[in-house]
Design a protein around this ligand. Structure first.
Ligand code: HEC
Length: 215
């Protein structure tokens, strides 16, 4: 259930981050559609609710794909096998998902393992906001960031399973020493350790280019 505070927060996020005059929170967009007004169409933009729905569906599919590959490799040969299989494969899997869904599918983090996944300053502040919401006991909700050329969907990725800690927890405690050595071999600039259960590990980032919008 979305708390009152949550609604205010999301509305705040939508307004704070790149909402131009043509852009409105989803309630307003839906109201225009259901009122029979074709204004939303005239604007040639999908309502926020459609982006949110697509974003949620894509992140669910992407999570399932990545988790499936990870678990299979872990079962077959533990963390070291999962690392050797997954290192480099995660970006390829996300590339093929991007093609299937006609939208760029990415993960970003304030403490990235792969430097290509480094969050920009907007994304770092969004992660900090999600962390603050978590500490305040508020539910997570995705966020849309609207620009002239693209609408970007963001949703938090929490450390939701103890298995995540085997590669993102504390070296020597959650992460076996030999696995940590391997991680550092694959990712010499790794910053993605020291996480605890429930921490926000990063964000899903789905970029919908504006030109694909249906009229
Ligand atoms: C077998 C080790 C392993 C496990 C278990 C694991 N990860 Fe990762 N994780 C990695 C590797 C390797 C990368 C870098 C992938 C790449 O090159 O894009 C990564 C990258 C990520 C990223 C992308 C940002 C970045 O730092 O590059 C997120 C987010 C993430 N992991 C979250 C999780 C979550 C949540 C779980 C538990 C569901 C989890 N991981 C379990 C090894 C693991």
């Amino acid at each position: 259930m979305l708390s009152r505070k949550g609604v205010v927060w999301i509305a705040g996020m939508l307004l704070t981050f790149g909402c131009g005059p043509k852009e409105r929170p989803s309630e307003a967009a839906e109201a225009a559609d259901t009122a029979g007004g074709r204004e939303a169409v005239v604007e040639q933009t999908m309502p926020d609710s459609a982006y949110l729905q697509r974003g949620k569906a894509i992140t669910a599919a992407a999570f399932k794909t990545l988790k499936g590959h990870l678990m299979k490799a872990m079962q077959e040969g533990g963390v070291s096998q999962a690392l050797s299989v997954c290192a480099g494969k995660a970006p390829l899997l996300l590339d093929s998902l991007s093609e299937v869904h006609d939208a760029l599918v990415r993960r970003v983090s304030h403490r990235p393992r792969n430097p290509a996944n480094a969050a920009d300053s907007f994304e770092v502040s969004l992660i900090q906001r999600y962390e603050a919401m978590r500490k305040a006991g508020e539910p997570f909700k995705p966020v849309l960031r609207k620009g002239d050329e693209a609408v970007t969907f963001y949703a938090p990725i929490p450390i939701a399973m103890p298995g995540c800690l085997r590669c993102h927890g504390t070296p020597g405690k959650d992460i076996a020493e030999e696995d940590y050595i391997l991680i550092q071999q694959y990712y010499p600039q790794d910053q993605a350790v020291g996480f605890q259960m429930g921490d926000v590990r990063g964000l899903w980032k789905i970029v919908f280019p504006r030109q694909q919008e249906a009229i």
